[in-house]
Design a protein around this ligand. Sequence first.
Ligand SMILES: Cc1cc2nc3c(=O)[nH]c(=O)nc-3n(C[C@H](O)[C@H](O)[C@H](O)COP(=O)(O)O)c2cc1C
Length: 93
Amino acid sequence: MLQTVVIYRSTSGFTKKYAEWIAKECNADIYDAKEFSVQQLSDYSTIIFGGSLHAVGINGIKLVKQNLPKLTDKKIVVFAVGLHRQKKVFSVK
Ligand SMILES: Cc1cc2nc3c(=O)[nH]c(=O)nc-3n(C[C@H](O)[C@H](O)[C@H](O)COP(=O)(O)O)c2cc1C
């Protein structure tokens, strides 16, 4: 059965920690983006991507942006971890 995967990109471990909490709550598989192969996307119906805020965007979001054609039939959730409250809403398109 297709299920949920949490994929994260984390430099110092903060985003990883949030990803672990989310994966546990969602009973989802979890991968560091560096160890996740794009071919694995077909194994999942819901993709949750997390990265840290880096001024101009979300660290590692290109994994989602570059693979949007492969994600049209999936639910996509993006979360970001940062130091400050953000009023900006980022678009992946
Ligand atoms: C170059 C750089 C730019 C950053 N820009 C932002 C920002 O615009 N907004 C924010 O809230 N945090 C910003 N941060 C803080 C990181 O998002 C924050 O430390 C985050 O927890 C790092 O998570 P990670 O270690 O899991 O990658 C920035 C950090 C760095 C190193």
